[in-house]
Design a protein around this ligand. Sequence first.
Ligand SMILES: C[S@@+](CC[C@H](N)C(=O)[O-])C[C@H]1O[C@@H](n2cnc3c(N)ncnc32)[C@H](O)[C@@H]1O
Length: 362
Amino acid sequence: MVLARKRRHLSEKGVTMRDQLVDLIVENGPIPFEEFQERALYGAGGFFVGDALRSVKAGDFLTSPEVSPLFGATLAAFVTAEAKRLGATPRVVEVGAGSGSLLKALLEVIDAEAWAVEVSMAAQIATSYVVGAERVVASLDDVPFDGPVVVIANELLDNFPVAIAVRTDSGWEERWIGVDGGNLCLVAAPLRDDVADWLERFGGDVPVGGLVEAHVLGDAWFRDLLGRIETGTVCIIDYGDTAEGLVPRRSFGTLRTYRSHHLGPDPLAFPGETDITADVNFSSLLAICGELGWEATLQRQEDFLTEYGLRAELSELRRQELALARDGDPMERLVVRSRKNEAETLLHSRGLGDFRVLVARR
Ligand SMILES: C[S@@+](CC[C@H](N)C(=O)[O-])C[C@H]1O[C@@H](n2cnc3c(N)ncnc32)[C@H](O)[C@@H]1O
């Protein structure tokens, strides 16, 4: 098992991804942070490449759909409401569908044509059991966008590669990946125009020394997605906040790693072996909605799930648990209690309930 795990992070020549990156940088010079992150997550030997499913109980992090099928069931109520607004049953597309747990729970409640967009081979295989292999694709290019559509992406954008910048006395400076003493390290680099534009609009009021992740690539993906949709709804769920809300987190930035359900080591220490993620800046996504003529709302997950019935479901589960405690089957009580705990976890105001939900409509 240990050997199998190690093999995943070695190239065919038996060189680790870290060593390959060091060689590349020594030969050609520093690379932008987003190139490093892209390689570490999605390149050969990357974290999301290979045979391991990452977003499951036995994996590296636990997401809302993995906590409970109640998440997908509540999103089914959301899709039903959107179908009413759109006046037709929409196609449902999940991007970054992971194990398929969200779509599985959703399709148990509603009947819809569902598609999964996934870049990870392990996740493609897992989701094919849920929606059928012919509706699992690697790119938005392969999804039919004719007719109304509801697109859902849970914990996708936090994984998009970011540029990194630091506020200095004289303005912004980028941080790229260089090599020092044989180790990967952050090095100062001049600001590129697209990163400068992004920081100007969405960097926020950051003190000198503060670190900001610029979501240039994530924003380009979102803009492209909206541009494909004639009529429909896009629902982006993730950790993060508006540019203003993120300012208190800027002393050290929000970049972090996850491994085996714990905050992991420095993102540069074990590329390919840890998730690398950053808080999503919802201000830039809201701005794109405005520019492209989409109506958008931003809520906390707790409020969003309450709006579509989860808090009412929680009250009912609490009532059932009490009734079963007085006079009921102990096994049934355990099942109800575990459901109730799951609903509480999804709504927890300092945990998953504090995620943000952006809903864009056209
Ligand atoms: C953090 S996991 C979340 C999985 C799932 N949404 C969940 O909530 O359990 C992010 C997933 O997005 C996938 N992914 C990353 N970039 C992608 C892209 N551009 N298109 C499609 N999937 C992508 C990864 O392979 C990974 O399975």
